[in-house]
Design a protein around this ligand. Structure first.
Ligand code: ADP
Ligand code: ADP
Ligand code: MG
Length: 677
C-alpha cells in the first residue's frame, strides 16, 4: 500500500478521500489555489501545496503543477476526485510517464469513454443497448439537422465531451435546431474545449439508473448494484438513492451484466459508473460511462457497508478486489441530497458569500455529512457551489425507503445555513412531495411538481415574527448585562437585565421586512418577559407573552404563551435568519430611524447577477430592442446567463467586451428605456 498520496481536487471530495487515507495510515498531500488557502481540505491534509491562482484553469486544471507537487512531496499516487482532471487522459498519461500511480482506470479506458460518441460506438460493438441517435463524425450543422429530423423530435444535442449536465440542448422542433446547436457548441467549447456533438432521441419520462462497477488488475469486474438519480434539475442530479425503487432482481442482474460488459469492453480498472436511461417499462439504454468515483457514491457505500475509496486505493496498489460478486449484498435504503448554495426560486441561481452560520445535523449510524466547508468559509464564484452532501440510511424490510425518507426530512430540518441562499427548504419539499415519496420517479419530476415545490410566497407565520422579536430583545438584554458588568457603578440602572426602562409602561415597536411586506411587533416590558403584539389597525390584534434564552450560537429556547419550542436566530448585517420547525425564514431588520424609500440600483443599468465572464454580445450597440430581448451572455458558475432588456428601448453601449471578467453587480449595459407611448 502507498505511504503517501496526493489529492488533485478540492472541496468535499478531497476531504472524503483524506478521511479514508488517514484511516488506512496513508499520508495525504492537498493542492490548493490562492482562493482555497484556508479551505477545509488544506486544513485536513498532512501537507499542502499551492498550485496557482483561483481560476481552475490556472490551478486545479494545470497538470504540470500537480505533478510537480506530487514529486516535491514524494507522493506515490494521485487521487483525482471527480470533475477537474479526473477524466483527463493527458493527466493520466502524465502520471504514468512520471512513475506516479493514477488512482483510476488506465488511460485507454478514459480515452475510450471520454467521448460520448466514441463510447457509443464501442458499446454498440459490445452489444450494450443504445439510445437511438447519431453519434458519427460528420459535424456540419445542415447534416446534423437532417439527422435530427430523421430521428424525430424531441431530440437532445449533447457535447461529446460533456459532463455535469453541461453542453446539452433539448430541441422540441426542427425550426429551433440550428440556434440550439450553436448555443450548445458555444457552451461545449468554453467548458470542454471541444465542440463535437451527438444527437439523440429525447426519451420522455425516463429514469436515470446507473450501475457502480469496479475492476482490478487481475481481471475481476463486479457491479455494486444501482443508484437511481432520476431527480434532476437542468440535467444535474439533486437527489440520489440506492437501491432503485421498483427494481427487480432480474432487471438488476441484466443491468449489472450490461455494465460489467461495458467495463470489460474497455479493460476497466478501478471505480466506474455506467449510466443508463431507463423507460418506465424498465427497458434501458447505455448513456455514458463516468470513469471515476461519482459524486453520489456514498449511497452505494451505505447499502453495501463498503468504503469505495478504500477499494480504489487497494486496486491502485495492485491488490485484487476485496469481494466477489456473490459476496456483495444490499442492506437497507440510502438517500443523498446535494446541498447547494443556490436559490431555487430564482432558477437555481448559484449564490456566493460567507457561511456566517453552518450547523449540519449530527452524524451517526443513519446520517452522514460529506462537506468541504465549515462555518466562516466562503462559497466563492470560482468553483462548484456545493455546500455538502447529506446522506441518510435506514432499514426495515418493506419500509426501508420510507424510513430513509423520514431520516432525510429530519436531517434537512436540522440543517441550518445562513449567509448564502441554499436549497435546503426546497429539498425538504422535494423529499416530502407525494411523487417522490410514492417513488413515481422520472427526470421531469421537479418540473412536473413545480406548484408543490415552488409555492407562491408563503405567508409569514406570526410565530416567526415573535421569535425574531424575542431574539432581538434577548440580544439587547445580554448586551445590557455585559455593559453593566463593565460599569463601575453596581447600582447603575443597566444592571436591571430584564429590560428595565425609564418608563416601564413605554411601548416600543420592532420592524421587520419579509419580502415586500413590513411587519411591526409592538413590545411591552414585563418582569423577565415581554408582551408582543402583532396586527391591529383594522386587523385582529394577536398578543403573546414571550420569554426565552439565547446562546451565542443563536440557539433560542422559546416560550410563547407557555408553549415551548427550539429555534435558531442568526443576525448578520441587517438580516435575521430564523430557523424553526424545519424551515428557514429571512427577515430584514428595519431601523426606523433610517427608514426612507430607497431607490433601486444604478439607473438604466443592467447589472451582473454575480461575478463572471462575458461570452457574447448578442444585441448591437445603438439597436432598438423589445422587452425581454437578449442583450448579452454572461458565463458564471459554469452556467450561461442571458441578460435581457428590462423594457423596450435602446442599447446605448456595452461596458465590457467578450472575454472580460466582470464583478458582482457590475453595470454591463447602458440601456435607455423607450418613453411609454
Ligand atoms: P452528463 O455527462 O452531463 O452527465 P449524460 O449523458 O449522463 O450527461 O446525461 C445527463 C442527464 O440528461 C441524464 O441523467 C438524463 O436526465 C438526461 N438525458 C440524457 N440523455 C437523455 C435522453 N436521450 N433523453 C432524455 N434525457 C436524457
Ligand atoms: P456525477 O454523475 O458524479 O454527478 P457530473 O458529471 O454531474 O457527475 O459531475 C461531477 C461533479 O463534478 C458535479 O458536481 C460537477 O458540478 C462537478 N464538476 C464537473 N466538472 C467540474 C469542474 N471542471 N470543476 C469543478 N467541478 C466540476
Ligand atoms: Mg452523466
Amino acid at each position: 500500500m502507498f505511504d503517501k498520496i496526493l489529492i488533485a481536487n478540492r472541496g468535499e471530495i478531497a476531504c472524503r478521500v483524506i478521511k479514508t487515507a488517514r484511516r488506512m495510515g496513508i499520508k495525504t498531500v492537498a493542492v490548493y489555489s490562492e482562493a482555497d488557502a484556508k479551505a477545509r481540505h488544506v486544513r485536513l491534509a498532512d501537507e499542502a501545496v499551492l498550485i496557482g491562482p483561483a481560476a481552475a484553469r490556472e490551478s486545479y486544471l494545470v497538470i504540470d503543477r500537480i505533478i510537480a507537487a506530487a514529486k516535491q512531496t514524494g507522493a506515490q499516487a494521485i487521487h483525482p476526485g471527480y470533475g477537474f482532471l479526473s477524466e483527463n487522459e493527458d493527466f493520466c498519461e502524465a502520471c504514468e510517464r512520471e512513475g506516479i500511480v493514477f488512482i483510476g482506470p488506465p488511460v485507454s479506458a478514459i480515452r475510450a469513454m471520454g467521448s460520448k460518441s466514441e463510447a457509443k460506438k464501442l458499446m454498440e460493438a459490445a452489444g450494450v443497448p443504445l439510445t437511438p441517435g447519431y453519434h458519427g463524425d460528420e459535424q456540419a450543422p445542415a447534416y446534423l439537422h437532417q439527422q435530427a429530423d430523421a430521428i424525430g423530435y424531441p431530440v437532445l444535442i449533447k457535447a461529446a465531451a460533456g459532463g455535469g449536465g453541461k453542453g446539452m440542448r433539448l430541441v422540441e422542433k426542427s425550426e429551433d435546431f440550428i440556434d440550439l446547436l450553436a448555443s450548445c457548441k458555444r457552451e461545449a467549447i468554453s467548458s470542454f474545449g471541444d465542440d463535437h456533438v451527438l444527437v439523440e432521441k429525447y426519451i420522455t419520462k425516463p429514469r436515470h439508473i446507473e450501475i457502480q462497477v469496479f475492476g482490478d488488475t487481475h481481471g475481476n469486474v463486479v457491479y455494486l448494484f444501482e443508484r437511481d438519480c432520476s431527480v434532476q434539475r437542468r440535467h444535474q442530479k439533486v437527489l440520489e438513492e440506492a437501491p432503485a425503487p421498483g427494481m427487480t432482481p432480474e432487471r438488476r442482474a441484466a443491468m449489472g451484466k450490461a455494465a460489467v460488459d461495458a467495463a470489460r469492453a474497455v479493460g476497466y480498472v478501478g471505480a466506474g459508473t455506467v449510466e443508463f436511461i431507463a423507460n418506465q417499462d424498465g427497458s434501458f439504454y447505455f448513456m455514458e460511462m463516468n470513469t471515476r468515483l461519482q459524486v453520489e457514491h456514498p449511497v452505494t457505500e451505505m447499502i453495501t457497508g463498503l468504503d469505495l475509496v478504500e477499494w480504489q486505493l487497494r486496486v491502485a496498489a495492485g491488490e485484487a478486489l476485496p469481494l466477489a460478486q456473490e459476496q456483495l449484498q444490499i442492506r437497507g435504503h440510502a438517500l443523498e441530497a446535494r446541498i447547494y448554495a443556490e436559490d431555487p426560486a430564482k432558477g437555481f441561481l448559484p449564490s456566493t458569500g460567507r457561511l456566517i452560520h453552518l450547523a449540519p445535523p449530527a452524524e451517526g449510524l443513519h446520517v452522514r455529512v460529506d462537506t468541504g466547508v465549515e462555518e466562516g468559509d466562503e462559497i466563492s464564484p470560482h468553483y462548484d457551489p456545493m455546500i455538502a452532501k447529506l446522506i441518510v440510511w435506514d432499514e426495515g424490510g418493506e419500509s426501508s425507503r420510507a424510513r430513509a425518507l423520514a431520516r432525510m426530512l429530519q436531517a434537512l430540518a436540522d440543517y441550518r445555513v445562513a449567509g448564502v441562499a441554499n436549497n435546503i427548504d426546497f429539498l425538504s419539499r422535494l423529499v416530502a412531495c407525494p411523487a417522490f415519496a410514492g417513488a413515481d420517479l422520472d427526470t421531469g419530476l421537479i418540473e412536473r411538481e413545480k406548484s408543490y415545490l415552488f409555492p407562491e410566497d408563503l405567508a409569514l407565520p406570526d410565530e416567526v415574527l415573535q421569535i425574531a422579536a424575542l431574539a432581538e430583545l434577548l440580544r439587547e438584554a445580554a448586551l445590557a448585562g455585559k455593559r453593566a458588568q463593565r460599569s463601575a457603578d453596581a447600582h447603575s440602572p443597566w444592571h436591571a437585565r430584564d429590560g428595565w426602562r425609564m418608563n416601564a409602561t413605554a411601548h416600543r415597536t420592532l420592524l421587520f421586512r419579509h419580502g415586500e411586506a413590513e411587519h411591526a411587533v409592538e413590545v411591552a416590558y414585563l418582569p423577565g418577559a415581554w408582551r408582543l403584539a402583532l396586527g391591529g389597525e383594522g386587523g385582529e390584534r394577536r398578543v403573546v407573552e414571550a420569554r426565552g434564552e439565547l446562546n451565542p450560537r443563536g440557539l433560542l429556547r422559546v416560550e410563547l404563551d407557555g408553549t415551548r419550542m427550539d429555534a435558531t436566530v442568526i443576525a448578520a448585517a441587517g438580516r435575521r435568519h430564523v430557523f424553526v420547525r424545519g424551515r428557514a425564514w429571512q427577515l430584514a431588520a428595519v431601523d426606523p430611524l433610517h427608514h426612507s424609500g430607497e431607490g433601486g440600483g444604478a439607473e438604466g443599468g443592467l447589472l451582473a447577477p454575480m461575478p463572471g465572464k462575458v461570452i457574447a454580445l448578442v444585441a448591437a450597440e445603438g439597436a432598438r430592442v423589445e422587452k425581454g430581448a437578449p442583450l448579452l451572455i454572461l458565463e458564471a458558475m459554469k452556467m450561461e446567463h442571458t441578460i435581457t432588456a428590462p423594457a423596450a428601448g435602446t442599447v446605448k453601449a456595452f461596458r465590457f467586451a467578450v472575454g472580460d471578467q466582470v464583478g458582482d453587480g457590475a453595470e454591463l449595459v447602458e440601456f435607455e428605456a423607450a418613453a411609454a407611448a
